[in-house]
Write a protein that binds this ligand. Structure first.
Ligand SMILES: NC(=O)c1ccc[n+]([C@@H]2O[C@H](COP(=O)([O-])OP(=O)(O)OC[C@H]3O[C@@H](n4cnc5c(N)ncnc54)[C@H](OP(=O)(O)O)[C@@H]3O)[C@@H](O)[C@H]2O)c1
Length: 300
């Protein structure tokens, strides 16, 4: 197969690139809206909001499958400019669905309200509370309208050694501040983008095309406060064992409530996803978030 990875310069896109080396039976083409100068592989410029360009690219490069890692992911900015977020997260996803190639798309826990108390299943009612969530839900619906047998992975709390994310922010703040407040009333599951990329490859290699929506995060649950404590503790462990040459993080982490943080955009209080379907369908086991955090730090 010839596989196009869009958004190849993002967190998930980069992890897909790394893992593609382990699946050399396919040909890979990488694209993004902006082409970085220092990329280790060729990245083609392709703006997925340009329907004609997408269709021409898919035809010329004879793409069989698109893994869409491109998205408008800034939750706060989406609130100010929902129209742009909608073009990238929904209209462009329909462009991919109409291009003639099969699509594996990535969506988010933000399609749910965040008021749940049990892990959300794929068919639970959706009720996004944010512009970002609305545009991502519109993307799922737009894709399924034009390609009903597409595959969609919903994920949450994504981090990676690439790009900016919560892990890197907490390491930076941990080194520069004496004390930080981190919320303990938002519960979810951190997800290493490399593990999500592995699940995407499990779907590609499963021998059969299993259309539908799947939930994928790492195993376990925690609050952002607990996650921060683990980030600092594990990073210090790497330093103590001589695996990182750095100053230890010496920062007090204070548990706070969301109302004390004054978010620009409301955040889900509970966004744990039920992963039974993805495990059963693709026969995968999912690492615990703490083990995956260690793996990511090793790769950082
Ligand atoms: N990050 C999270 O915590 C999280 C949580 C749940 C779900 N997800 C979903 O997981 C997927 C992967 O997220 P991620 O964190 O890897 O995203 P990311 O790091 O923000 O990467 C997205 C990539 O898409 C590119 N892009 C933006 N507009 C584009 C366009 N018009 N045409 C082509 N490429 C475009 C971005 O380029 P620029 O950077 O230049 O804009 C960026 O390189 C997304 O679908 C996201 O919604 C993410």
């Amino acid at each position: 197969m010839t596989i196009l990875i869009t958004g190849a310069n993002g967190q998930l896109g980069n992890e897909m690139r790394i893992l593609s080396d382990e699946h050399p039976q396919h040909t890979y083409i990488f694209s993004d809206v902006v082409v970085p100068e220092d990329s280790p592989v060729t990245i083609h410029p392709l703006d997925i909001t340009d329907a004609q360009a997408v269709t021409a690219f898919v035809r010329e490069q004879r793409i069989d499958l698109i893994v869409n890692c491109a998205a408008y992911t800034n939750v706060d900015k989406a609130e100010q400019d929902e129209a742009t977020a909608l073009r990238i997260n929904a209209d462009a996803v329909a462009n991919l669905g109409r291009s003639g190639a099969r699509v594996i798309h990535v969506s988010t826990d933000y399609v749910f309200s965040g008021d749940e108390h049990l892990p959300c299943r794929e068919d639970d009612p959706v009720a996004p509370r944010t512009a970002y969530g609305r545009t991502k839900l519109a993307g799922e619906q737009a894709l399924l309208a034009v390609q009903p047998d597409a595959i969609i992975f919903r994920t949450a709390w994504l981090y990676s050694e690439f790009g900016n994310n919560f892990v890197k922010t907490m390491l930076r703040l941990g080194r520069t501040k004496e004390e930080i407040g981190v919320v303990y009333d938002q519960i979810g599951t951190p997800t290493y983008a490399l593990d999500l990329a592995r699940a995407v490859f499990a779907a590609i290699e499963s021998g059969e095309w299993h259309a539908g929506i799947y939930h994928y995060t790492n195993e376990g649950v925690c609050s952002w406060f607990d996650f921060t404590l683990a980030i600092h503790e594990l990073y210090n462990m790497f330093i103590a064992h001589g695996l990182k040459q750095d100053e230890p993080v010496n920062c007090r982490v204070r548990p706070i409530l969301s109302e004390e943080y004054r978010y620009l955009t409301p955040r889900p209080h509970y966004s744990v996803l039920n992963k039974a379907k993805v495990k059963q369908t693709f026969g995968i086991s999912i690492p615990h978030w703490r083990d995956s955090l260690i793996a990511c730090m090793r790769n950082m």
